[in-house]
Design a protein around this ligand. Sequence first.
Ligand code: FAD
Length: 405
Amino acid sequence: RNPVVVVGAGHAGGTVAALLRQYGLTEPITIVGEETIAPYQRPPLSKAWLKGEVDADDLMLKASDFYRENEIALKLGVRAVRIDRDAKRVHLNDGEEIAYDTLILATGSRARQLAIPGVALDGVQALRSIADAEQLKSKLGKGKRLAVVGGGYIGLEAAASARALGAEAVVVELQDRVLARVACEALSTFLQNYHRARGVIFELNASVAAFEGEAGRVTGVRLADGRLIDADIVLVGVGAIPNDDLARNAGIPCRDGVIVDGDARTSDPSIFAIGDVTQRPLAVYDRMHRLESVANVLEQAKQAACAIAGRPTPPHEVTWNWSDQYDLKLQMAGVAFDTDEILIRGDPAAAGFAVFHLRGGRVQAVEAINAPPEFMMGRQLIAAQRPIARERLSNPAVSMKDVGA
Ligand code: FAD
C-alpha cells in the first residue's frame, strides 16, 4: 500500500505527516528520527524555555497520543544511512530497511562547528537540540559567565536569556556588528545598544583563536589579538549546515541543501525534501535560497503534502521569521537581496520601529521591532511588488493600512 516514509522527526517531519492525514491520506506513514524524542519546536530553546517560562511539554509539536491516534509510526533513535532509489528503500543504522513509495527528507540542519583548539572542552557547546538546551541551562545561573561566539539570532537570544537568569554574557563577533549576515546596520546598532544597556558586553571585529580550559573544563575564550575572555560556558552559534548528505549520496542534486521545486519535490519524482535541508525557489524574488525558519517549514510541508495528496499547489507565501529578546518582539519578512534603499519608519530610540528594504522603489524585506502592523502590511507589500510612496511609508502619522491602500 504505497507507504510514505519521512526521514527526520523534527518540526518539518512532524508537520508533513500530520498534514497528510489531515488531507485524507490513508497510506501507511512512518517517521524515522535520530533524536529519541517526538517532533518538537526549537525556537523556545533559546528563549522562553531557557528562561524557564515554559516546560518541555510546551515544546512538543503534537500531544503524545497524536501519532498513535493518526496511525503515524514513529521510529525514534535511529538514523537513515542510505537511500536505494532503484529498490525504493531506506537503510537504517540498526540494519532495518524500510520500503517507500514516497520519501520525504526532513533532515534539517546541524550547528556549524569551529575547527580551533579547545572545541572538545567540557562547557563548549552548540544550541540545536533539547539535549543541548538542557546542558546549557544546567550551567547558567547567577554569577556564571557565558561567552557566545557569533552574534546571530540564536546567540543574541541566549545572551538575553542568560541575563534574565542572572548570568554574565559576552558576545564575540567576527564582523563589526551583530547580525551582519541577515539584518541591516540600523537594526544591528539598535540591538547592540539594547543589549549593552542590559549588561551584555560585545567584542566586535574579534576572532576566536582557541578555547582554554583546566582539567578538561573550559575557562575562557582566547581571541586572536591575545586577550582572554573568562567564561564558564561557551555557546558556539556560528550558523547551521544542511543535513543533505543522504540525498547527495543518492545522486540527488544539492547545493547548500537539497534542490527542490515549488512543490518541494527533488529531481526524483518520488522524493520530496522540506525545511532547513532544502535549497528552494522563492517566488517573489525569482531565485533559489536556503531558509531556516518555522514559516518555511510550514510552507514546504504544505507544498509536499498537497502534491502527495493530489491537491493543488498552495499559493506561495512571503517568508518570515521572528525573535524575542528581553521585551522586544522582532518580526522579519522577506529577504533583502540586492536592495538599493532603506526606509526607517518610527523612532529606534523608542524601541518601536520598522526598517523597509527597497529595490527599485518596491519593498523586498521588512524588519519590525515591536511594530506588528508594519510587519503585517510589510508582508503584503512584498507580495504585491508594486512601487510604494516613500514619504507615506516613512511617515508614522500615516497608518500602515493607508500606506498599503
Ligand atoms: P530540524 O528541526 O533540524 O529537524 C531535523 C531532524 O532530523 C532532527 O531531529 C535530526 O536529528 C533528524 N535527522 C537528521 N538526519 C537524520 C537521518 N539521517 N536519519 C534520521 N533523522 C535524521 N525559527 C524561527 O522561525 N523562529 C525562531 O525564533 C527560531 N528560533 C530558533 C532557535 C533555536 C535555538 C534553533 C536551533 C532554531 C530556531 N529556529 C527558529 C529555526 C527552526 O527551529 C528551524 O528552522 C526548524 O527547526 C527546522 O525544522 P526541520 O524539521 O527542517 O529541521
